[in-house]
Design a protein around this ligand. Sequence first.
Ligand code: SIN
Length: 559
Amino acid sequence: MSATPDLPALPRRLAAAEPGWTETTDVVVVGSGIAGLTAALHLREQGLHVTVVTKVNIDDGSTRWAQGGIAAVLDPLDTPQAHAYDTEIAGVGLCDPEAVRVLVEEGPARIRELIRRGAEFDRHPDGSLMLTREGGHRADRIVHAGGDATGAEVQRALHEAVRRDPWIRLVEHALVLDLLRAADGRACGLTLHVLGEGSEDGVGAILARAVVLATGGMGQIYSSTTNPPVSTGDGVALALRAGAEVTDVEFVQFHPTSFVGTGTASAGTAAAPRLSPAQRPLISEALRGEGAYLVDEAGKRFMVGQHEQAELAPRDVVAKGIYRVLRATGADHVYLDARHLGGEFLEGRFPTIMASTRAAGIDPATDLIPVAPAAHYASGGVRTDLHGRTTIPGLYACGEVACTGVHGANRLASNSLLEGLVFAKRIADDVGRDLPPQAEPAPAPAGPSWVVDPAIRADLQRTMTRGAGVLRSADSLAGAAKELARLAEQRSRPNNAAWEVTNLLTVAAALVASATSRRETRGCHWREDHPTAADEWRGHLLDAVQSDGILTQTFQEMA
Ligand code: SIN
């Protein structure tokens, strides 16, 4: 076990008032994207009372922004083994083969279930599902909806299913604070802050027999990300404070093609809503799957010759290819050329992309699309087993917040929505098998309890982008660690923004610690000073926060 020099000690609890109200349920699910809502619906099938708490509104998470689709073996000529092979190649030696097997074998049934719940995927005139291809896949196995609006359709269908069930209680504008644990250490609920009214306003507690984290990602630790503003690593930070193990957080995937346009500052329209300052519109990989290609300022296709799949290589390979061009030229973007696909096809297949680029004055039918990598997906997270159990009994995690082992060092395109579906169901099955009676929370253990000044948010994002972004080195990471320590000293009184930024600081510190320790280049972790993969690093770094707030790491070799 080792600690990284210069990083700040972290709080073991968020500074907050004592809960002023308490509610009880069977299972509390935190998060309302594909993983959280799927877990809630399956838990209801077990006859359990479920409370879903979500930070803003039910549809404000990452799911509705997903464009590409959901990968699964639905073509008779494709096989689960082929899907597993592509997943493991993208994961560069760090995928858990058993978790991957579960994902690819159970995925098709979960998609059929989603269709039964009302999700409408794009189909051919004969009624069969349209399947497309994205980076790293060697077969057409991605289902999509509304062309490039897959996430929005999935969110709509799940949202409606949840609304139809009177036994699922939804609490919006609820920021989860800390885990409550019984005397035997089992999770027995959580504290949260609700911007509500009446009995449910301010800091409160929800007592539950099991807690499911489905809080999504942490893209907001960077200055540019495809993630919405709510993606502030709340679940990973809560798990670290509670003493749960978190793993693989150094593997943040940068999507190669986020849109670099003035549209990010526009007032937005219904089709192209306004984004937060850090959020950039995604230009789905499916556009490259349909034949668009990347060119530099001189019009040269720079990915050809770098990888046998050129623009459709796994994401880390394409993001690195683009970053090399940016470093060599000093430009802030390269271009995606989709003009040869034609306006009519682009309108029908990519309405979301057409709306967001046109809002910024770029018409992909006639113009090159300026693109650059942006933080997109946390391949690591709260460590779980094949049933979504974390290292704290009674605490589960699924979706982007979790690290089930399926993504390894780099997630394969369109495997994330699938992972949410598959492991949410497994959690519900596990909870249904073994749910103890409600336990009383034990007093919170002693340990540091504070929050930082929300004004550090932009500095933190700049620090992480500069020091721990696409390309890292010992020097850049040491600089980031020192700067995070300085920012951690700027404390504040508790409030929503301060709790959220303290979560950002917590996950940023864990990421810098792991990225510093991992002295190799693997998947989406790219070290300038250690440019190749090293066998001795074939394993996982486990982060934990000790009782004094010191962040430690343990390396666990792959079996
Ligand atoms: C995309 O459409 O390119 C994103 C899909 C994903 O993140 O898997």
